[in-house]
Design a protein around this ligand. Structure first.
Ligand SMILES: *Cc1c(COP(=O)(O)O)cnc(C)c1O
Length: 363
């Protein structure tokens, strides 16, 4: 039996008749970009997140970029973000004309450390912060917002559709929430897609202008904009999948609970959950001192794993900061983290096979 680390194909197959029907309806409608399906998805996703509105964009990187652009920061402004995240977070900051200032992690949750951020805010002229809910676990937003002291905090929710902190969905705590619908995400399109959610009608209006050439009126660019639209096909597919998101997230949590129970007595670190957090396990990430040997052992038994991520931002040439700063927690994490198979269609049998193989390694 081969067990993949994730499987967007299985997710499509589970919903195949509804998705094919939705695609057919879009094809027949003659509206292919920013039409009724996008508007419906924006309404339904905003309602799902518990906020006033949402703006569909072309991908998650653009969602972060447009959120930053809407702030009108001076070119070259420093924007802080966690040192351990998808390259996309940092690429978005650069695309918005800003400079990336990576911040070290909280070792237990792998999210941005409010203490390190607090010190960086004293040392550098940081104009905005991008917090990332990594692996589906909410970052410590109350602490981040408190140390941010009025500076805008954008939530990168690309891995956390539906996650809760103190009973509220992520994406509604800060300035706005940026989501990706990349196929492997908890809510995944069959192609690219993204969305920004927020409560401020003026910001929603501004984001809608930014995503389409800066048009306030058609054919009249009032401000510098981009082309970052969501298409009707992806929106129609996402509407089908949004209806199943809570169920899919519940299944991810069930799998995580099985893994937790199966590994609790082993010399590895299972995910630690922040008090008040309801994570949605975009990834199930363990820490193991002999990570590479464990990974190879699992590979030989047909079990695929991944490393999210093999390099922290400060270790990547494009994001290397010019100043001499240290990132002990991120550097330890990238040596020890391992993402086990995690997707809603993972069978009981496969989960048990993964647990048995990991246990065998430590015997
Ligand atoms: C996937 C992801 C993004 C970017 O999404 P794309 O849709 O691939 O542009 C941004 N941030 C994080 C943390 C992600 O995981």
């Amino acid at each position: 039996m081969k067990i993949p680390q994730c499987s967007p194909l299985d997710n499509f197959r589970k919903k195949q008749p509804e998705i094919l029907k939705a695609i057919g309806e879009v094809l027949e409608s003659g509206r292919y970009i920013l039409g009724p399906a996008v508007e419906k998805l924006e309404r339904e996703f905003a309602a799902f997140c518990g906020c006033r509105g949402a703006i569909g964009v072309a991908n998650g990187t653009d969602a972060v970029e447009l959120a930053l652009r809407s702030l009108n920061l001076p070119a070259g402004s420093l924007v802080a973000c966690p040192d351990l995240t998808a390259s996309a977070t940092a690429a978005a900051i650069q695309r918005a004309g800003c400079e990336v200032l990576p911040i070290d992690l909280e070792p237990d949750t792998f999210t941005i450390s409010p203490q390190v951020l607090h010190q960086a805010l004293a040392d550098f002229d940081i104009r905005a912060i991008v917090a990332v809910h990594l692996y589906g676990q909410p970052a410590d937003l109350p602490a981040i917002l408190s140390v941010a002291d009025g500076r805008p905090v954008i939530e990168d929710c690309a891995q956390a559709h539906g996650a809760l902190l103190d009973g509220r969905r992520v994406g509604v705590f800060g300035y706005c929430g940026a989501f990706s619908f990349y196929p492997t995400k908890n809510l995944g399109a069959i192609g690219d897609g993204g969305m920004i959610v927020c409560d401020d009608p003026e910001l929603l209006e501004n984001l809608a202008v930014l995503r389409q050439y800066g048009w306030r009126q058609r054919f009249d660019s009032a401000i510098r904009g981009v082309n970052s639209r969501l298409d009707e096909l992806q929106a129609a597919i996402l509407l089908v999948k949004l209806a199943e998101l809570e169920k899919d997230n519940r299944r991810r949590r069930e799998i995580a609970a099985r893994y937790d129970a199966g590994f609790r007595d082993l010399p590895l670190q299972i995910p630690k959950i922040r008090p008040g957090a309801f994570p949605v396990y975009h990834q199930y990430v363990i820490r193991a001192g002999d990570r590479d040997a464990l990974r190879e052992f699992l590979r030989q038994r047909g079990i695929a794993t991944a490393i999210h991520y093999p390099k922290a931002l400060h270790q990547q040439a494009a994001f290397r900061p010019s100043v001499g700063r240290v990132f002990p927690e991120a550097e330890a994490a990238v040596r020890e983290i391992l993402s086990l198979p995690m997707y809603p269609e993972l069978t009981e049998n496969a989960v048990e096979t993964v647990i048995a193989a990991v246990r065998e390694f430590f015997r």
